[in-house]
Design a protein around this ligand. Sequence first.
Ligand code: AMP
Length: 249
Amino acid sequence: MKALVAVKRVVDYNIKVRVKADGSDVDIGNVKMSMNPFDEIAVEEAVRLKEAGQISEVVAVSIGVKQCEETLRTALAMGADRAIHVETDGKLEPLAVAKLLQAVQAQENADIVLLGKQAIDDDANQTGQMLAALLNAPQATFASKVAVNGGEVEVTREIDGGLETVAIKLPAVITTDLRLNEPRYVKLPNIMQAKKKPLAKHTLADFGVDVTPRFSVVKVAEPKGRSAGVKVETVADLVGKLKNEAKVI
Ligand code: AMP
């Protein structure tokens, strides 16, 4: 059995992004980039399934600029066996990514395709669902537990107000939620070993996929700044302000 894991290079989650002066996008010049945190969880899960003897190969795939190679090397250092980089400089919408992943899956025939539930840069939460539709494969999103059982996989999903466990047939698409696992810390020897693992390069032309943007971003704006708080002297003052100023009681 094989797992294909999609990993996206995004602005590191610790970075506070700034909006470009013209409001056209966020400014990612000179900011630290890392693997999307939900994708780290996806890689970790695939590697754990391999360590448990339930799958035999973990393949990481990333689509984007040259530096995605670094993201893929991180996946390899975490335990992926090989990597695929589809290199492109253009901005890709989730549908284009899903179509490219579909093309990669057509070559790989993985039993489990793992993605993050969302990329923390565009917060789209679309790619996994679109990919499942394109592949005509079952999907289980927001996974907090994955148990492979022969030709099926049982996935516990985080839903509003509780957990839902579904059983789906393989091959299937699974998207990871935060509580699925805690990704391992990558040690130096693993980073060195990862340099020797295979990383295949592709271009968009290899797949003949139409990646034309379907929408345009009208405006990007910073969240409204919060106004400073005030200290009240008495409970009566507080109640008065809540009633008359905030108008919440
Ligand atoms: P999104 O739908 O953009 O929120 O992304 C959901 C998931 O799709 C991510 O967590 C990744 O697993 C995968 N994904 C999105 N964009 C890419 C990309 N450029 N390369 C590889 N995987 C991606």
